[in-house]
Design a protein. Structure first.
Lengths: 381, 265
């Protein structure tokens, strides 16, 4: 057993850390306040290969392992959760479905520009009546004259409406087999006729991340936009979500680490009753607990990534990592604000933003409750 | 144009809250809580070397004195475009001063047949600011320090801008082979891409111990040094400052009195 990163992974972490500190951190507050998408940082990150890390080089990616990907998402998210989710959703949800299931032609057409980071991808599963229960999917796609005719709406879809969004892969009911819904995944390019993107949501956090409701009204795409086999929709997105959970877990670790950094700094400098507040056990213990949370969340995340790289089944570990890391990040954010007192409630301090950015971690890509359901099932309960 | 660029790994003290503690020997600082990075000025030297290579061809060799941990800094320079590296590593190199350090670097550089040697103008940890110049002396080549701009005039000549006080640039022509000690701020150090990092892991880092340098033990480390560092100390906090308290009317009256008493106004 060996807990060390490789030299390549360490050099990579150092690079992303420096990039995040110098190029991302100084812009975060202003973009968050205006709710603007971080185009400039995204372009620079694409040049460094950060928007297609685990995608094969022959399809425009970097050919990195998932451990490297997790390290990258963590370091970016330490500076900006919005950029972290932009990168993670693009990679895990935008690129991975096509990487896993796309035909050679689909990969050449769609995956290459996305893995190079010139274009962004999205995955549309959630609907107003199908959240945790994806079985409730209502969006339909009917094959007519060599085209899929799509009708329905998707909600909360990340990266679906930027200037550089290339496509959204959606789950749709394509028929029924023995009274059961046949669900398939279909690639819908941005600008397809009958596809409209609603104005962005007004969100609690992740203000610089791009989220929209999508409407499909007799939207037509070629038959060849079917991803993998007809009726394989559920099977496919379950595997996609496993990988996505590593992304959200890594995002959570970066945010929890940022909370710890800010808390320790503030606890040393804020003086009340004649000494730094960090000298009070009530405060220092919060930091100690946060350190434990960060360390364990990182271990769980890297373990899941490491298993995925080794090619063994990592569903359960991805679920454990996502559940623990997201809740650890929320705890850390809550305590970080507490340590900052009233200043933590003011936007001048980063913990204020991180607090707003954290809650979604326990909701997106499978709520905490859903993770517990998945884990209970893995125990045979 | 073949270029050698010397890089040093130093503790990251960019965070103003970094705490520095003297270790038990009194001759070092406790490094257990530091993370390590490339010396700031060396980062600009690496960028300059790669810019020159991209424009004029040739090879960039990275030279470092350090243990295995320094590989990280070397790999990063290779990932940005360096071609090969030499790392000087031997227990006997510890406590080398400016002269012994320059001697070690020379031993690695002298047979590389390069046209240009770049160093940072100063290291952020010991702040000597003299290794580059001592190295130029030993290599018997001309040098310029605090260099912010480099232009190639022809095969033999460079035009370099040295930064003086007040942002003034002093332009000089200098014959190659030569050494330039690079100042921060003259270029924009790039970030290594993932692909660059992956390629760097395949490039060779040649390790040279004392025997490989061809130097004798009394030419390196403490015994090869002119100046021996004996001890670090933390300056004592004096009590010369007087804090004046009270509301603005009171404090300004008190301040005026003090200035008058001391005959300063
Ligand atoms: C900012 C943002 C970005 C998003 N990005 C995407 C995206 O890119 N693509 C995409 O497809 N979706 C995306 N989502 C949607 C997200 O994945 C869903 O919100 C999430 O899966 C939960 O679904 P829901 O909101 O419908 O909640 P519901 O499923 O209605 O859940 C409500 C509550 O009930 C609980 N609950 C539900 N069922 C059970 C049960 N059986 N037992 C116990 N408790 C239960 C849930 O845990 C939760 O607490 C995004 C959401 C947000 C807010």
């Amino acid at each position: 057993m060996n807990f060390d990163l490789t030299e390549e992974q360490r050099v990579f972490r150092q690079m992303v850390r420096e990039f995040a500190e110098r190029e991302i951190a100084p812009t975060v507050e202003a973009l968050d306040e205006k709710g603007e998408f971080p185009y400039e940082a995204q372009t620079k990150m694409a040049e460094l290969g950060l928007f297609g890390l685990p995608i094969d080089e022959e399809y425009g990616g970097s050919g990195a392992d998932l451990v490297t990907y997790a390290i990258g998402v963590e370091e970016v998210s330490r500076a900006s959760a919005s950029l972290g989710i932009t990168m993670a959703a693009h990679t895990s949800l935008g690129c991975m479905p096509i990487h896993f299931y796309g035909s050679e032609e689909q990969k050449q057409n769609w995956l290459v520009p996305m893995a190079q980071g010139e274009k962004l991808g999205a995955f549309g599963l959630t609907e107003s009546e199908a959240g945790s229960d994806a079985g409730g999917t209502k969006t339909s796609a009917i094959l007519k004259n060599g085209e899929w005719v799509i009708n329905g709406t998707k909600c909360f879809i990340t990266n679906s409406g930027t200037d550089i969004t290339l496509l959204v892969t959606i789950t749709a009911v394509t028929g029924s087999i023995g009274g059961k819904k046949e669900v398939s995944n279909i690639i819908v390019p941005a600008g397809a006729p009958g596809f409209t993107v609603a104005p962005p949501y007004r969100k609690m956090g992740w203000h610089s991340s791009d989220t929209h409701e999508l409407a499909f009204s007799d939207c037509r795409v070629p038959e060849s936009n079917l991803l993998g086999g007809r009726g394989d929709g559920f099977k496919q997105f379950l595997k996609v979500l496993d990988c996505g959970r590593i992304g959200v877990a890594a995002l959570s670790v970066g945010m929890a680490q940022a909370c710890l950094d800010e808390s320790v700094k503030y606890a040393k400098q804020r003086v009340q009753f004649g000494h730094p507040i960090g000298k009070n056990q009530a405060i220092s213990f919060k930091c100690a607990d946060m350190l434990v949370d960060v360390e364990l969340a990182r271990m769980a995340t890297l373990k899941a990534a490491c298993m995925a790289d080794a090619g063994v089944n990592y569903s359960r570990e991805a679920s454990i990592a996502k559940l623990f890391a997201s809740e650890a990040a929320m705890r850390a954010a809550s305590e970080a604000v507490q340590i900052h007192g009233g200043y933590g409630y003011i936007e001048d301090y980063p913990v204020c933003r991180i607090f707003r950015d954290s809650k979604i971690l326990e909701i997106g890509e499978g709520t905490s409750e859903v993770q517990r359901i998945v884990l209970s099932r893995s125990l045979g309960l | 144009m073949n270029i050698v660029v010397c890089v040093k790994q130093v503790p990251d003290t960019s965070d103003p809250d970094t705490e520095v503690h003297i270790d038990g020997t009194g001759r070092g600082v406790d490094q257990s809580k530091f993370s390590f990075v490339i010396n700031d000025a060396d980062n600009y030297a690496v960028e300059e070397a790669i810019l020159l290579k991209e424009k004029h061809g040739g090879e960039v060799t990275v030279v470092n004195i350090g243990g295995e941990a320094a590989n990280q800094v070397i790999r990063m320079a290779l990932a940005k475009g360096g071609d090969g590296a030499v790392r000087l590593d031997d227990e006997s190199f510890v406590y080398s001063d400016v002269v012994a350090t320059a001697r070690l670097l020379k031993s690695a550089i002298k047979d590389l047949g390069c046209d240009l040697v770049l160093t940072g103008c100063m290291a952020s940890d010991d702040g000597y600011g003299a290794v580059g110049i001592a190295l130029a002396q030993m290599l018997e080549v001309p040098h310029a320090a605090y260099v912010k701009t480099v232009e190639v005039v022809d095969d033999k000549k460079l035009k370099v801008g040295r930064e003086l006080e007040g942002g003034l640039l002093e332009m000089n022509e200098i014959e190659m082979p030569c050494l330039l000690a690079i100042q921060t701020g003259g270029n924009e150090p790039r970030y290594a891409s993932f692909k660059g990092i992956r390629e760097a892991s395949k490039k060779e880092i040649k390790v040279m111990d004392l025997a490989a340098t061809g130097l004798s033990a009394d030419e390196v480390g403490e015994s090869g040094s002119v100046a021996v560092m004996t001890q670090y100390s933390v300056p004592e906090v004096g009590d010369l400052a007087e804090m004046i308290e009270g509301d603005p009317a009171e404090t300004s009256a008190k301040l005026a009195n003090i200035l008058k008493e001391k005959g300063l106004v």
